[in-house]
Write a protein that binds this ligand. Structure first.
Ligand SMILES: Cc1ncc(COP(=O)(O)O)c(C=O)c1O
Length: 367
């Protein structure tokens, strides 16, 4: 009998982390509205939670035995199949951040890394620790990534180019045609990483994705995550798609071993179409609410295609963010080069109602 079947009958109790248990209070202090890390509080999917419930008691065992616990294989095949790729085109990592760091470790010895002037940067701190130079190319005045300027400085001393599409913290997608041309041209000289953490929230996810370039044997590495639309940030599962030799090279530098609970939840979330549609709809609804809140105060939001909104509030953001935090509403500010911009992540709609009230009051009092 398979372990999965055996455990199905045990009825292992698992508390939802947000069920009001003491663990819930540990993760989220009571009354706090947390709109700061681009999480998705509508996850994980109910099917993922139920599946985890079935396997959590198996956590005594390493989750990569192909006969007893083939979940990594199941997940890899499900993702590869959906993208029309082979399992050799894919690696699963501990959050997409691990795949990004592993790529930096695998390729960084060749030379510097080219990135947009304002973008997601947790993995870039890791590159700095490794002593790799980061060349940061300023955004255009419309906050778009300047692909022409980046392309112009790619030479043989660049080990890789990193782009996020849509970008964080702006929420803006990159023009699809221009990005596709960039990847084809620049990929001839160096690896191009396209971080698609927020792809499922874009207006037209499959058209805006660069995964077709993997199918067309181009030198790109696409990263994706279960932290955003799937609402599983705490379970740390992401993946990367690329040419088999790129995947093999990056896999060699991964550090974490597969996490069985996370893989199980990821697999079942991936197949839970109903949850994915629900999650997207709630996030888009929330985004419209946040846009309306900002506009009512005379602030123009950047048109986001993600689960966060970036906006220039015209006053110094660090102080403003601290005043919001005093009212128990956490948002982000203090972006280098963008001292008057804030970023608001989507929370549950009830939290966004609190944001609406607190933002309007604090903003009116700050001007
Ligand atoms: C653009 C982007 N990439 C990657 C990540 C990392 O996500 P994770 O490691 O949870 O997959 C984030 C997290 O906010 C992000 O904004």
């Amino acid at each position: 009998m398979k372990r999965r079947q055996l455990l199905g009958g045990l009825g292992v109790a698992l508390l939802s982390p947000f069920s009001g248990s003491s663990l819930g209070q540990y993760v989220l202090p009571p009354g706090q509205v947390r709109l700061v890390f681009n999480e998705n509080p509508y996850g994980p999917s109910p099917r993922a939670i139920a599946a985890v419930n079935d396997v959590v008691a198996l956590s005594a065992y390493y989750p990569d035995s192909p006969t007893d616990f083939p979940i990594l294989d199941d997940l890899t095949k499900a993702i590869a199949q959906r993208h029309g790729l082979a399992s050799e085109n894919l690696l699963v990592s501990s959050g997409s951040n691990e795949a990004l760091q592993a790529a930096i470790l695998a390729y960084g010895d060749k030379g510097k890394i080219l990135v947009p002037g304002l973008t997601y940067d947790a993995h870039l701190h890791y590159a700095k620790q490794l002593g790799i130079d980061i060349i940061s190319v300023p955004l255009r005045s419309d906050l778009q990534i300047d692909l022409d300027a980046m392309s112009a400085i790619v030479d043989d001393t660049v080990s890789l180019v990193y782009l996020a599409n849509p970008n964080n913290p702006t929420g803006l997608p990159i023009d699809t045609t221009a990005l596709r041309q960039f990847c084809r041209r620049v990929g001839k000289r160096t690896l191009v990483i396209v971080d698609e953490a927020y792809n499922e929230l874009a207006t037209s996810p499959s058209d805006q994705s660069m995964v077709d370039l993997v199918r067309d044997n181009q030198n790109v590495l696409i990263t994706r995550t279960f932290s955003k639309i799937f609402g599983m940030a705490g379970m740390r599962v992401g993946y990367a798609l690329g040419q088999p030799e790129t995947i093999a090279k990056v896999s060699n530098t991964l550090m974490a071993w597969p996490n069985g609970i996370g893989l199980t939840a990821a697999y079942h979330s991936y197949l839970d179409e109903e949850f994915i549609a629900f999650s997207r709809q709630k996030i888009l609804e929330g985004r419209a609410m946040v846009n309306a809140t900002l506009q009512r105060s005379g602030v123009t939001p950047v048109p986001s295609q993600t689960n966060f909104v970036f906006a220039d509030i015209g006053i110094e953001s660090t102080e403003f963010v601290a005043r919001m935090a005093d009212r128990n509403v956490l948002i982000r500010g203090g972006y280098a080069g963008y001292p008057t911009h804030i970023r608001i992540s989507m929370g549950k709609l009830e939290d966004l109602n609190i944001f609406d009230r607190v933002f309007s009051e604090v903003y009116a009092a700050s001007r």
